[in-house]
Design a protein around this ligand. Structure first.
Ligand SMILES: [Zn+2]
Ligand SMILES: [Zn+2]
Ligand SMILES: [Zn+2]
Ligand SMILES: [Zn+2]
Length: 403
């Protein structure tokens, strides 16, 4: 038995056939080429038009004939037309060329190139826009923040007079106060926070990654300062709980990004999403640690305005709606060099192109006006906005039901 590849477009047996089964009408396929006009997709040989790429792939062949084991010389180019469209950026041409070169059309899940090419056909009529997403504050976070407030108040009551046995508050410094002589030596510490990610442990300040927890704990500090910061043991215990990690999971329609850390402070946390990028600046814990997660380009496109943000006592959860249903291989488009930054806010790279407007203020108004004029689809970079709440007083927390 010899299995051959059929190069007919949209071959009815997914491009694999046995030589003995070939015959004058063994294959149903499209003799024409793909046609993408605005949101409509179809084949030049027949009339059916659909908007969804999956449906396009599923349009049954309109013509019967034998399977074709001969690879054609000329690459298949889709006929792409977008009303009022300007020249496509080079990268999308490249993606199209790769996608429609000589590959088989039917496959699942799609490769990123295929998804990107599909979405690129709609891309030029879209303006990337930053949207700020408003969080839903879960009751568990209200409780946690109330605890933090109390800890803060109790801390004010703690004696400030250093006593023998008090630890140094700084991460990575193992010193305890033994007497006046302890003030003579320098403090070597990690100004960052511990990050646990994909089995690796490291400090956000120096990022020396290790999978061994003991080795991680024993990593000498990366900064030195003259004096230790002696604190009451209770306070030191609270600080030692501060660490952070992230992960993501997905369904065919959603991609969910989780950041795990205790006591996120909503009014100092901002989440921005566009159709292809994510930036989360978050602040957590009694030390008010400022961290960021930034994805320079997502693996696929999302519908930013439909993003949801939940913040609980130990987790920040961003649920984004995929523009096209299907499975993503990764969170970020590694294939084209995209990266995920996770670390101290002040080390965060700039991820937004200059022309990306925020969804508030004049830029947005201008973008909307343009949309009306050109009948373009605006996909916004949604700033998942800061909450309206001004105070985090314990009293307010107890009285107010945050939306
Ligand atoms: Zn056809
Ligand atoms: Zn065939
Ligand atoms: Zn120290
Ligand atoms: Zn360090």
């Amino acid at each position: 038995m010899v299995v051959l590849t059929c190069y007919n477009k949209a071959c009815s047996v997914q491009g694999k056939f046995e030589e003995s089964e070939n015959g004058p009408e063994a294959c149903r396929f499209h003799p024409g080429g793909p046609v993408f006009h605005d949101a409509y997709k179809g084949w030049s040989c027949c009339k059916k038009r659909v908007t969804d790429f999956g449906e396009f792939l599923a349009i049954p062949g309109c013509t019967a004939g034998p399977h074709n084991p001969e690879k054609s010389e000329a690459p298949v180019k889709p006929d792409v037309k977008n009303t009022g469209a300007k020249e496509k950026p080079d990268f999308s041409k490249e993606r199209d060329a790769k996608n429609y070169g000589q590959e088989t059309y039917v496959s699942a899940p799609p490769s990123r190139e295929k998804l990107a090419a599909q979405e690129a056909s709609e891309e030029e009529s879209e303006v990337e826009q930053k949207c700020c997403i408003k969080p839903k504050i879960l009751s568990s976070l209200k409780t946690e923040l109330a605890k933090m407030e109390l800890a803060e108040k109790n801390r004010a009551d703690l004696t400030k007079t250093v006593q023998v046995g008090w630890p140094c508050s700084r991460s990575g410094c193992q010193e305890t106060y033994k007497g006046e002589a302890s003030n003579a030596n320098c403090c070597t510490y990690h100004p960052g926070v511990p990050i646990f990610h994909e089995g690796m442990k490291f400090w956000s300040c120096c990022e020396r990654k290790t999978s061994d927890f003991t080795a991680f704990l024993n990593q000498a500090g990366c900064e030195t300062t003259e004096n230790h910061d002696w604190v009451h043991p209770d306070e030191a215990a609270l600080k030692s709980k501060e660490n952070s990690r992230y992960d993501f999971h997905q369904t065919p329609t959603n991609i969910t990004l989780n950041i795990y850390c205790r006591g996120v402070i909503p009014k100092e946390t901002t989440v921005n999403v566009s159709n292809c990028r994510v930036e989360i600046d978050f602040c957590f814990g009694i030390r008010k640690t400022q961290m960021s997660l930034a994805v320079t380009e997502l693996w696929g496109k999302v519908n930013a305005t439909k993003s949801r943000l939940n913040i609980g006592s130990t987790k920040l959860e961003l649920i984004m709606k995929k523009k096209t249903s299907g499975s993503w291989k990764k969170l970020h488009a590694e294939e084209i060099g995209a990266t995920v930054f996770f670390g101290m806010k002040d080390k965060k790279p700039a991820i937004w192109p200059d022309n990306v407007a925020s969804d508030s203020g004049e830029a947005q108004a201008a973008a909307k006006e343009k949309t009306v004029q050109k009948k373009e689809v605006v996909v916004s970079k949604h700033v998942i906005s800061k909450p309206v709440e001004e105070d985090l007083d314990v009293d307010d927390l107890l009285e107010n039901e945050w939306s």
